[in-house]
Design a protein around this ligand. Structure first.
Ligand SMILES: [Zn+2]
Length: 390
């Protein structure tokens, strides 16, 4: 979202200046040294999908900004939480320690290069624009935050959320949704890097088509009644999306633009086929209780709305699906349209179609519609009826 004067004027005219300013405070986070004081930035907490760590690896050459400014030569450096604060030590033991006892350490890439980081639980390096700030959490693990220009963040999210062969109009639709989500954040809200918000795997995957897509929709958001929408999306609906309030309940009660629409455009998705999986009885029962679990009600798209657990308790099906994914892996029922059965051993059999919760934009469907020549505006207005680009 490029914060330009015309946008400010338009929003002031619509009485949304206060909202704009609150967002501006969030995004104009200090990043003066690394990114240039004129550029709006966003702050993202990194590696949220993994256990908190007290150790992180940084690859030189790069630049150290805090606690003092200096170039860091080529090599691998271990950042660790020690008794007296953060230490930065070259992995090659013969080299001297770079920092000891710091309360905050900030790195950036050297020149215009990206900064390379490796979390001990992730085998591959990730590369980041902007600055990465490391501080110590109350549990003595590292808090890892990346401040970067909004444009670079949107590009990275679009790259993380789409496939390389997807058409430009689908990339633009994804960029508008990411900008809309950013617009809704308030000061103090923290952005993470997982599907809880949007997948952000750094910027090693920069692509020319994504840069062009993001530039062409800069500053645009999707609005309903002149207010930014809650931009839900999912991978594959496999036939039709679901009404937001049916799936999420009260949280989505007034979001009339999260309406169910039919979608025959996502047939190229590998998740259109039925996924079958099995979970052993004992671990399943340890989470959901013993007895037979069954689907009580479904919506018109076939997604369960209510589950009856073995002990007779009722549970919102979306909550059940989330708990299932967190405990047994998201591959067990990738889509929120699922059935539950049991085999002769009493093990639980799951069958699902689609991938994701099924509300809002279907990403594979957006790519399919773009291939048919539809514009990002038409695609967004198809999955979010009654909305406009603003
Ligand atoms: Zn679809």
């Amino acid at each position: 979202m490029t914060l330009r004067t015309p946008s400010l004027l338009i929003m002031a005219r619509r009485g949304r200046l206060a909202q704009f300013l609150s967002i501006a405070l969030l995004v104009l986070n200090a990043c003066a040294t690394a990114c240039g004081a004129q550029q709006a930035t966003v702050a993202v907490s990194l590696f949220d999908a993994y256990q908190p760590t007290a150790t992180l690896f940084v690859e030189g050459p790069c630049e150290l900004i805090v606690p003092f400014h200096r170039g860091v030569p080529t090599g691998l450096y271990k950042v660790s939480v020690e008794k007296n604060g953060i230490a930065v030590t070259p992995v090659r033991a013969s080299s001297p320690q770079l920092i000891a006892g710091a309360s905050k350490v900030v790195f950036t890439g050297a020149g215009h290069a990206l900064l390379s980081l490796r979390h001990p639980a992730v085998m591959v390096k990730r590369h980041y624009h902007g600055a990465v700030e490391l501080t110590v959490r109350s549990d003595r693990k590292l808090k890892i935050n990346n401040s970067l220009p909004i444009r670079d963040y949107v590009r990275s999210v679009v790259a993380s959320e789409t496939l390389p062969n997807w058409p430009l109009e689908a990339l633009k639709a994804q960029a508008v949704l990411t900008q809309t989500r950013l617009f809704r954040y308030l000061p103090g809200d923290e952005l993470g890097d997982t599907t809880q918000q949007e997948v952000y795997l750094g910027s090693g995957n920069d692509r020319a088509d994504i840069a062009a897509a993001v530039a062409s929709v800069s500053g645009q958001i999707l609005a309903y009644d002149h207010r930014p929408i809650q931009p839900f999306y999912h991978s594959t609906c496999a036939g039709s999306t679901s009404d937001g309030s049916a799936i999420f309940g009260k949280n989505a009660e007034h979001m009339v633009y999260l309406a169910s629409v039919s979608c025959s455009y996502c047939k190229q998705s590998p998740f259109c086929k039925t996924t079958s999986s099995r979970i052993r009885q004992q671990p399943f029962n340890s989470i959901f209780g013993s007895g037979t679990t069954s689907v009580a009600t479904t919506d018109s798209s076939g997604r369960p709305l209510e589950i009856i657990l073995g002990d007779g308790r009722h549970m919102r099906a979306y909550d059940f699906w989330i708990k299932l994914g967190k405990n047994f892996g998201w591959d067990k029922a990738p889509g929120n349209r699922f059935t539950i059965g049991t085999d002769s051993h009493g093990d639980v059999l799951l069958k699902s179609t689609g991938a994701g919760h099924g509300v809002g934009l279907c990403q594979w469907g957006a790519a399919g519609q773009a291939r048919l020549g539809r514009s990002y505006r038409e695609i967004l207005q198809y999955y979010f009826p009654g909305t406009q680009i603003e």
